[in-house]
Design a protein around this ligand. Structure first.
Ligand code: ATP
Length: 459
C-alpha cells in the first residue's frame, strides 16, 4: 500500500503541468469552479466513462442508454421540484465579503456531528449565532442573514423579438430518463425491471469555492434509473450499493478509502438513500449516490404532463407506476478520486523519487509509450508507433535521456514503455517496461499488440 500523502496542491500541479486539467479560461485569470481537460486528461475521463458504460450498460442486461437534450421544457423542472426547491442556504461575511454555505459552516464547526440537512433557514441562523461560528476566511463573527441562492442556471429562448421564455440548463441528467420512460419501454419492448442510463452534462450555480474538480458549475453525471415493482425495490437498492462499490474496487480503489454513508433524514417520498464516500485530500466526501425514490418521479411527471406514465405488465395486464432506484456518480468527481487514488511517490535505488500514477491500465490515458533509445532509431520507432496506435492511444517521445522519459510516462500513468534499440533493427524485438514493477522483458514486435491488449482489459 502506498505511503504517500496526497495533497490537492500536488494533484492540481501535476494535472496542469502534465496536460491533464487546466484552469478554465486560464489566460483571462480563470473563472471560478471551471476547468478544462487537456490532451492527457480527456483520455483519462473518456476511459472512465467507457469503463462505466461497459459495466453498467453493455454488461448489464435490460439496461438501455439514452442521450437526452440539456435544454428541456421548463415544466419538467416544475414537476421535479427544482424551480421551487433547488437552492443553497448562503451567508456572507460582512467583514471580508466571502460567501459560505450555512449548512457547511454548521457541519464543519461541529466536525460532522450536527447535520444541517433538514434544518430550516431560521434554525441554521440560530445555530450559527448561538455557537458564535466565525468566518473561516477572516475569523470575524459578522454575518448577513441566511439567504437561499437558486442553483439552476437560467437562459432564455426568444421566439418573437422582445418576447423571451426562460429555459434552464439541466441541473441533473435524471429527468431525461424519466421523461423517456415510456418511449424507451415501448420502442425496446422492455419489461420491468429495466434501467435507463445516461452520461451527460449538468450545470449548477455552485457558489462554494470549488476544490478543483470536486465541485464545479459544469460537470458530467453518469447515472441510471432502475424501474421496478415496489416489492423488489429494496433488494434492488441493496444490490446496487454493492454493484456501485464493486465497480470502484475493480478500478483499483483501496477498500479502506471507500465507505457507505446511509442517510438518516430522507426526502418525504424517498424510502432509502446512501452515498458512497471516498477518502480524498479534503477528507471523506461523497462520490456517488444511490436512492430509492419510490414512484415520486413518474407520478409527478404524470401529474404535470397530463400523460399516463403507467406500465402494463404483459403477463398479468396489471397497470402500475414503477418504483425507481437511482444510481448517480459524477464523472469529474470520479476522475478526481481516480487521480488521488493513483498518485504515489516512490523512492528509487539511486536516491531519487519517482512520481507515478498507478491507474488501472484500462483508465490510463496512454497505454503504451514508444521510445527510441537514440534519435537515429526513430524510423523503426515510428513504425512500431503506427502499428500500436491502430489499437491503443500511444505516446511517442524521443527527447531526453531514457530515464527522464520513463519518469514522464510514470507521471501520467502509462502502463507500458516500449524501447527501440539497435537489436530491434536486427531481430525485430523490443524491450517492454512495466510501470508498476519497472521490470523489463524482451518481446517480438508482432507479439506486442496481444500482450498489451490482454493486460489493459477491464472486466
Ligand atoms: P453534493 O452533496 O456533493 O452537492 P449532491 O448530493 O447534490 O452532491 P447529486 O445531485 O446526488 O449530488 O448528484 C450525483 C453525483 O453528481 C454526486 O454524487 C457527485 O458525484 C456529482 N456532483 C454533484 N454535484 C456536483 C458538482 N457541483 N460538481 C461535480 N460533481 C457533482
Amino acid at each position: 500500500m502506498k505511503e504517500t500523502k496526497v495533497t490537492m496542491d500536488k494533484i492540481v500541479n501535476l494535472c496542469k503541468t502534465r496536460g491533464l486539467i487546466f484552469p478554465g479560461s486560464d489566460i483571462y485569470g480563470g473563472m471560478g469552479n471551471t476547468w478544462d481537460y487537456g490532451p492527457v486528461g480527456v483520455e483519462l475521463k473518456n476511459n472512465i466513462k467507457r469503463a462505466w458504460w461497459k459495466r453498467f450498460v453493455q454488461e448489464s442486461p435490460n439496461t438501455y442508454g439514452v442521450d437526452a437534450a440539456i435544454l428541456m421544457n421548463p415544466r419538467v423542472w416544475d414537476a421535479s421540484g427544482h424551480t421551487q426547491n433547488f437552492s443553497d442556504p448562503k451567508m456572507d461575511c460582512k467583514a471580508c465579503k466571502q460567501r459560505f454555505r450555512a449548512d457547511n459552516l454548521i457541519e464543519d464547526h461541529s466536525k460532522g456531528k450536527v447535520s444541517a440537512e433538514a434544518m430550516t433557514t431560521e434554525e441554521m441562523e440560530t445555530y450559527i449565532n448561538e455557537n458564535k461560528i466565525k468566518c473561516p476566511h477572516c475569523g470575524n463573527f459578522n454575518w448577513t442573514n441566511v439567504r437561499q441562492f437558486k442553483l439552476m442556471f437560467e437562459t432564455s429562448r426568444g421566439t418573437v423579438d422582445g418576447e423571451k421564455d426562460v429555459v434552464y440548463l439541466r441541473p441533473e441528467t435524471a429527468q431525461g430518463e424519466y421523461v423517456n420512460f415510456l418511449n424507451v419501454q415501448r420502442s425496446m419492448r422492455a419489461k420491468v425491471p429495466f434501467a435507463i442510463a445516461q452520461i451527460g452534462k449538468a450545470f449548477r450555480n455552485e457558489i462554494t469555492p470549488g476544490n478543483f474538480i470536486f465541485r464545479t458549475i459544469e460537470f458530467e453525471q453518469m447515472e441510471l434509473q432502475n424501474f421496478c415493482k415496489e416489492d423488489t425495490a429494496l433488494d434492488l437498492y441493496e444490490g446496487f450499493k454493492e454493484k456501485a462499490k464493486k465497480f470502484l474496487l475493480d478500478l483499483n480503489f483501496n477498500p479502506e478509502h471507500l465507505r457507505f454513508h446511509d442517510h438518516e433524514k430522507l426526502a418525504h417520498y424517498a424510502k432509502a438513500a446512501c452515498d458512497i464516500q471516498f477518502f480524498s485530500p479534503l477528507g471523506w466526501e461523497e462520490l456517488n449516490g444511490i436512492h430509492h425514490r419510490s414512484t415520486w418521479d413518474l407520478s409527478r411527471h404524470q401529474e404535470y404532463s397530463g400523460k399516463s406514465m403507467l406500465y402494463t405488465d404483459p403477463v398479468t395486464n396489471e397497470k402500475y407506476l414503477p418504483n425507481v432506484i437511482e444510481y448517480s456518480i459524477g464523472a469529474d468527481r470520479l476522475t478526481l478520486a481516480v487521480l488521488t487514488e493513483a498518485y504515489d511517490e516512490e523512492p528509487l535505488e539511486n536516491g531519487e523519487t519517482r512520481v507515478v500514477m498507478h491507474f488501472h491500465p484500462a483508465l490510463a490515458p496512454f497505454k503504451v509509450a514508444v521510445l527510441p533509445l537514440q534519435k537515429n532509431l526513430s524510423e523503426k520507432a515510428r513504425e512500431v508507433y503506427a502499428l500500436l496506435s491502430k489499437e491503443f492511444m500511444c505516446d511517442y517521445d524521443e527527447a531526453g535521456s531514457i530515464g527522464k522519459r520513463y519518469r514522464r510516462e510514470d507521471e501520467i500513468g502509462t502502463p507500458f514503455c516500449v524501447t527501440i534499440d539497435f537489436d530491434t533493427l536486427e531481430d525485430n524485438t523490443v524491450t517492454i517496461r512495466d510501470r508498476d514493477s519497472m521490470e523489463q522483458i524482451r518481446l517480438p514486435i508482432d507479439k506486442l499488440k496481444d500482450y498489451v491488449a490482454e493486460k489493459i482489459k477491464f472486466n
